[in-house]
Ligand binder design. Structure first.
Ligand code: 5RP
Length: 223
C-alpha cells in the first residue's frame, strides 16, 4: 500500500507546470507528492508557489525549500493535489481522516483544477463506510453530539491516541459520524451545513476533476 501511495503521489507531480500556484494537500499520500515536488524544485526543474492545507504539510514543504504563500496572497490556485478517504463512482468523496478537511475544502474551492491521489482501497461503490468527519467549534460540542445521536448518525468525538480531545489546526474538535451508508450525499451535506456549530463537514461533492488511483502497481487516471 505504501508503495502505491508513493507511486501515485510521485506521478501527480507531472500535473504541476512551471510558474503555477499549487495547493498542497494533507495526509500520507499527499506526503509523497510534496516530497517529489521538493526534489524537482531542488533540481531546478520547477519554479512554483504553493499554498498548504495544514501545519503538517507546511512544515514538510518548508523543510524541502518549497516556496509558500498564504491563500490571501495569491490570485488563484492553478491545481490542488490532495488525498481522499473514500471516492464513489460519481467522484463524490469523503475527506478529513487527518482532520484537515476545513482548510482542504477552502483551498480546493479556490483552485482551477483539483486532483485526488489515492490507492485503490479508497474507491467505493457508496460513501459512508469511512466515518464522516465534522469540524465543530468546541462551544457546546456535546449538545451538538446529542442532536447528531438523536438523528441516528452515530457520532463520536475524535480523540488522540493518548485519549485527549483531538484538536484541528483551527483549534476546533472533530466529530466522526459512523453512517455506514450515505444514500444521498447532497441532502446530507445540506442538512449538516445548516446545523449551528458545524464549521465544515467532510463531504467533498462535485469538487474533483481528476482522480489518480494506484492499482496493481500502476497509476490509473480517471476523469
Ligand atoms: C486529511 C485528508 C486526507 O487527504 C485523507 O485523510 C487521506 O489521507 P491518506 O492519504 O493518509 O490516506 O482528508 O484531512
Amino acid at each position: 500500500m505504501e508503495s502505491l501511495k508513493k507511486q501515485v503521489g510521485y506521478a501527480s507531480v507531472n500535473y504541476i507546470k512551471d510558474g503555477m500556484t499549487v495547493g498542497l494537500g494533507t495526509g500520507s499520500t499527499a506526503y509523497y507528492m510534496v516530497e517529489k515536488l521538493g526534489q524537482e524544485i531542488k533540481k531546478g526543474n520547477l519554479n512554483i508557489t504553493a499554498v498548504t492545507t495544514s501545519k503538517k504539510t507546511a512544515e514538510q514543504a518548508e523543510s524541502l525549500g518549497i516556496p509558500l504563500k498564504d491563500l490571501n496572497e495569491v490570485d488563484w490556485i492553478d491545481v490542488t493535489i490532495d488525498g481522499a478517504d473514500e471516492i464513489d463512482p460519481q467522484f463524490q468523496g469523503i475527506k478529513g481522516g487527518g482532520g484537515a478537511h476545513l482548510i482542504e475544502k477552502i483551498v480546493a474551492s479556490y483552485s482551477n483544477q483539483v486532483i485526488w491521489i489515492v490507492d485503490e482501497s479508497k474507491m467505493v461503490n457508496q460513501l459512508g463506510d469511512f466515518p464522516l468527519p465534522l469540524e465543530v467549534i468546541p462551544f457546546g460540542h456535546q449538545k451538538l453530539e446529542k442532536i447528531l445521536q438523536e438523528k441516528g448518525y452515530h457520532p463520536e468525538t475524535r480523540l488522540t491516541k493518548e485519549g485527549q480531545l483531538f484538536t484541528t489546526d483551527n483549534d476546533n474538535f472533530i466529530i466522526d459520524l459512523h453512517l455506514k451508508n450515505i444514500t444521498d450525499p447532497h441532502a446530507l451535506a445540506q442538512e449538516l451545513s445548516q446545523l449551528p456549530g458545524i464549521v465544515e463537514h467532510g463531504l467533498f461533492l462535485d469538487m474533483v476533476d481528476i482522480v489518480l488511483v494506484g492499482r496493481n502497481g500502476q497509476v490509473e487516471t480517471l476523469k
